[in-house]
Write a new protein. Structure first.
Length: 319
């Protein structure tokens, strides 16, 4: 097939591109390199079935050219990382809403199937864990930038489902929970690469808030495999799926685990959310997906444990 990946030079997008090229597909990537990097796609740049374009999904003319003749679109391009979203609130909203509208409208024109990547931020600060796909959402006030991101991704989902219902455009929506692995950068607030890099350099490992908040970290290989199965399973069309893992750990314990596995001399320090992000910043205490639906539809089972993931990331950053 001919497949377009938006955000394909990003952390997840590059792993997806590699997998799809390995499977014999012709893969086209578009990325504006705001958070993606060309070195992420270095291993496949010379492959005859791989092509990349540096550009924005907001560029309608460019997207029209790229979309023509495409069978499938994996739409990953979006503002990513809490730090990036807070520092670039307007661009984040425009990228997520207007960019997704471009993708859906053109996919409908050229009859391409679309997988939309959404986020666990959709659930907001609800404390009803694990999160089910049909749960109510609980959000904070509009002056908190984080909730604008959550709303923009919800609008993406509403638009995708509207195209499915009104135009019969085949769409699949995936809500990713904390996805980690080699190539991920801590530059935009991603916690695990930040911890590992600090530990390897014997620098302070900085935990935000109390550190009692819990998260579930899934390996990018498991997540990318789920994307491809969801895209290619007909009964998944028009549905929303959580993808991640249910192995939960507090951020404080994650810092301790990383320090131990890196054999590091780093100190673990604490910083308030206000100091790290913005005044009034709100976080959720616990975030865990219910994976019953994705298991039922495609038999999804994460292969990598958290220890496996951390080892893989340590090896990558040591290189």
């Amino acid at each position: 097939m001919k497949i377009l990946i938006t955000g394909g030079a990003g952390f997840i997008g590059s792993h997806l591109a590699e997998r799809l090229v390995e499977e014999g597909n012709q893969v086209v990537v578009v990325d504006n390199l705001s958070t993606g990097r060309l070195e992420n796609i270095e291993s496949i740049k010379a492959n005859g079935n791989f092509h990349y374009t540096i550009g924005s999904i907001l560029n309608r003319e460019l997207m029209e050219k790229l979309m023509e003749g495409v069978d499938q679109v994996y739409h990953l391009a979006a503002a990513v990382g809490v730090k990036y979203i807070i520092e670039n609130p307007l661009l984040s909203l425009r990228t997520n809403i207007l960019g997704t509208e471009n993708v859906l409208e053109l996919a409908n024109k050229y009859k391409a199937k679309v997988l939309i990547t959404s986020t666990s931020e959709i659930y907001g600060k609800s404390d009803k864990v694990p999160f089910h796909e049909d749960d109510d959402r609980l959000l904070g006030p509009t002056r908190i930038s984080r909730w604008g991101y959550s709303c923009s991704k919800a609008i993406d989902e509403f638009m995708a489902l509207a195209y499915f219902r009104e135009k019969r455009l085949p769409v699949v929506i995936v809500r990713c929970f904390n996805t980690v692995g080699p190539r991920q950068t801590g530059q935009y607030g991603m916690v695990l690469p930040k911890f590992i890099k600090a530990a390897l350099l014997d620098q302070p490992i900085v935990v935000y808030g109390t550190g009692k908040q819990t998260r579930c970290f899934a390996d990018v290989s498991d997540v990318v495999g789920a994307f491809i199965k969801l895209m290619n399973t007909p009964k998944c069309v028009g549905e929303i799926f959580n993808v991640g893992t249910t192995e939960s750990i507090s951020i404080e314990d994650l810092a301790k685990k990383v320090k131990e596995m890196c054999d590091s001399k780093s100190r673990i320090e604490y910083m308030s959310y206000e100091e790290a992000f913005e005044e009034g910043f709100e976080d959720m205490m616990n975030r865990m997906p219910c994976l019953d639906k994705v298991k039922e539809y495609i038999g999804y089972e994460p292969k990598y444990s958290l220890d496996d993931i951390i080892r893989r990331m340590i090896e990558y950053y040591e290189k």
